[in-house]
Design a protein. Structure first.
Length: 113
C-alpha cells in the first residue's frame, strides 16, 4: 500500500512540472519528486522483520544502513538544488517581473523581434 502512495507522490511531482506554469510551483514539484524518491529508498531499504544495524550478540538480520546514508546525502543535494532553483527564479523575477513561464517566453520573443 505504501508503494502506491509513493508512486502517487512521484506522479504528483511530475504533473506539477508538466502542467504548472509558475516557476515557484515547478520548484515545489521538484521537491515533491525528490521527497518521493527518498521515501522510496528508505522504505525499500528497511524491510520488516529486520532490526537496526546495532551490533548486538545474537542478531543476524539487520537492515542495510547504506541506503539510509545515501538518502541523507540525497536530502542535502535536494536542499541545495532547491536553494539554487529559488535563487534563479528570483533573478528571473527581477528581470521580467513575473514567474509565469508563458509571459516570460512572450517577453523573450518580443525582445528578439
Amino acid at each position: 500500500m505504501a508503494g502506491y502512495l509513493i508512486i502517487a507522490l512521484f506522479l504528483l511531482g511530475i504533473w506539477g512540472l508538466i502542467y504548472k506554469h509558475n516557476l515557484i510551483k515547478k520548484v515545489i514539484a521538484l521537491n515533491i519528486i525528490n521527497s518521493a524518491i527518498v521515501i522510496l529508498f528508505v522504505y525499500q531499504g528497511s524491510l520488516s522483520g529486520q532490526l537496526a544495524p546495532i551490533l548486538v550478540v545474537g542478531v543476524n538480520d539487520i537492515v542495510d544502513p547504506l541506503p539510509q546514508a545515501l538518502m541523507l546525502t540525497a536530502i542535502v543535494v535536494g536542499v541545495c538544488l532547491t536553494a539554487l532553483a529559488l535563487v534563479l527564479v528570483y533573478k528571473i523575477y527581477q528581470e521580467y517581473h513575473t514567474c509565469d513561464i508563458r509571459k516570460i517566453e512572450m517577453m523573450i520573443q518580443h525582445d528578439d523581434e
